[in-house]
Design a protein around this ligand. Structure first.
Ligand SMILES: [Zn+2]
Length: 565
């Protein structure tokens, strides 16, 4: 289902060639248990240096993707832990949006295409740098629905930030097999239309594994069937749109316990030796879901329930099947994550990855260039949890702890239509920017309504930054475009320039920013008695009894730099 809103500027940006800059690997979810990339298949550039052909084929919403609209996947695979093999098929149902004879799907070159069938007829296909172009003997007609079966097999490559697809073992020697493929892409282990803009409306996931193991995938557990050959098939059904990288298998010697929050089923999976720790630590999920429901409304995947699953890497937001590897301890990998004494009160991975159910999974960016819609917002959700539990002062303190992590080396929004990942500033600068927006709105009752309505308006949709800006401009009744652009599309943050004239008791002020139309109110003076300056890019002068050293700027409420002379 193409849930993207029609957006003229989006289309314009797709056609814009932007100079691509290198992006360092971000380490939020990296752990020592992570495998190194396979030596045989060099990882693609992922935004480092010039985009490769693979970056462009996977990143662009090209004509053979845009001519169809995904409706349904049934991923039906068998996983052999001994041989480290996957085999099976993805049944793909789609609606044509144009008459055409070719569509683009994707599958990593390490995996073999066994056959692609339309009914019983084999289809011709061409592979190119991770893309699989499927050709049809007859023209597919606009508005008609088609279903193809894409058979594949092989050993997936273990690579990328989170391992892609990993055949591992737990400490007691049982297989522990898991997927985490955000960034590297879901086509690392299964054939699909591997992009962010178009999602299926729902999905069936069938995973056949040795009888003694458990598979936890996304959606509602529909049952398991013994196949009589030592394997059991686990069936899951996802009742909602789902982005490709969220689709997951977690296979291991899992034990299970469950709970409820109102009508919401909550299911928890951990290894036998960790069950006691899991029962204690996973109890936090309830208050986190309650906090997010307070601000945004009902948990987005009620019919699928909420699951939290132990894995050996730090964690991932897999829709309705959040994975967890944060050592059953508060903070992030046992650190005070924002360094101000608040992070040790709760489990960073449960709070962050569960927040993605609202931002990332329900509301999804239509292009990875705009991934701040996932990460900036979810990082802001962390501070909302703090505010819900401990009050506004602690929330502001918590999020300002992120300042030390901001690099301001390149814009948060990267080149569109090129597979790559925005810099870590999308998290840290993202949350500081959203907190700045709150201060600009300067009315918490309005702010809470704006946030709630923003989520409700765009839930289950794939959107771009332009949609966010348009919504906030309209609902806040302000032209916030230059502010959004300054924080998201430029490297530098705005500088409030202050010039003091002691002789006549005045201070002159202006914003120094890349956006020529930049203007933003800001609180200055004394903490106990802030006064709002309506600063613009032009110099203005005001009277002030405060001396240069006593004149403060509310930099906890606005993420800005200040110069004084
Ligand atoms: Zn995240």
């Amino acid at each position: 289902m193409d849930k993207t809103r029609a957006c003229v500027s989006w289309c314009r940006h797709v056609l814009t060639v932007v100079v691509f800059v290198s992006v360092p690997a971000f380490v939020v979810a990296q752990t020592s248990s992570q495998a190194s990339p396979s030596a045989s298949t060099p990882p693609r550039s992922r935004g480092q240096g010039e985009p490769t052909k693979a970056d462009l084929l996977r990143g662009a919403y090209g004509p053979y993707r845009a001519n169809n609209d995904l409706l349904f996947y049934h991923l039906d695979i068998r996983i052999d832990p001994e041989k480290k093999l996957i085999s099976g098929k993805n049944t793909i149902r789609f609606k044509m949006l144009k008459d055409a004879t070719r569509i683009q799907l994707d599958l990593n070159d390490a995996l073999k295409v066994d056959k692609i069938l339309l009914g019983s007829a084999p289809l011709h296909y061409e592979r190119d740098s991770g893309a699989v172009f499927v050709d049809f003997p007859e023209t597919l007609r606009t508005d008609h629905l088609y279903t193809i079966d894409f058979y594949y097999s092989g050993s997936p490559v273990q690579t990328g930030r989170f391992g892609g697809f990993t055949f591992g073992t737990d400490a007691s020697g049982h297989p522990w097999i898991y997927t985490a493929c955000e960034g590297i892409g879901a086509s690392i282990w299964w054939p699909n239309k591997d992009q962010w803009r178009d999602e299926v409306e729902n999905m069936q996931i069938s995973v056949s594994i040795p009888d003694n193991l458990v598979d936890v995938s996304n959606g509602r557990f529909m049952g398991k069937t013994a196949l009589g050959d030592g394997y059991t098939r686990w069936d899951w059904f996802v009742h909602y749109p789902i982005n490709n990288y969220d689709v997951s298998v977690n296979i291991g010697n899992y034990q299970h316990f469950s709970d409820r929050l109102g009508d919401l089923d909550m299911d928890f999976y951990a290894l036998p030796e960790d069950m006691e720790k899991a029962r204690k630590q996973f109890a936090q999920a309830k208050s986190m879901i309650q906090a997010y429901e307070h601000y945004f409304g009902e948990y987005p995947f009620q019919k699928d329930g909420y699951k939290l699953i132990e894995v050996p890497y730090s964690g991932m937001e897999h829709q309705s099947a959040v994975t967890y590897g944060n050592h059953f301890a508060n903070g992030y990998l046992e650190r005070d994550w924002t360094g101000v004494g608040i992070s040790p009160r709760f489990d960073f991975i449960i709070i962050h990855e569960s927040g993605h159910e609202w931002f990332g999974n329900s509301i999804t960016a239509a292009d990875s260039s705009d991934m701040w819609i996932h990460e900036g917002w979810t990082t802001y959700l962390e501070s909302l949890y703090v505010e819900y539990m401990y009050g506004k002062d602690d929330a502001i303190k918590y999020l300002n702890g992120y300042k030390s992590k901001v690099k301001n080396e390149r814009p948060i929004i990267t080149a569109r239509g090129v597979d790559g990942e925005p810099p870590p500033d999308q998290y840290f600068k993202g949350v500081l920017f959203i907190n700045t927006l709150r201060s600009i709105v300067d009315d918490d009752t309005r702010w809470w309504k704006l946030l709630h309505d923003f989520y409700q308006h765009f839930k289950y949709q794939n959107i771009m930054t332009e949609d966010v800006v348009e919504y906030f401009n309209l609902q806040a009744g302000m032209n916030l475009t230059p502010i959004f652009d300054q924080y998201l599309r430029h490297t530098a943050i705005p500088i409030l320039e202050l010039k003091f004239d002691g002789s006549d008791g005045t201070v002159s002020y202006r914003w120094k920013a890349d956006e020529s139309m930049f203007k933003m109110p800001v609180r200055v003076g004394r903490k106990d008695n802030w006064q709002i300056l309506h600063a613009t890019a032009d110099w203005q002068t005001m009277r002030s009894a405060l001396k240069k050293d006593d004149f403060e700027v509310a930099t906890d409420l606005y993420y800005v730099n200040v110069t004084k002379e």
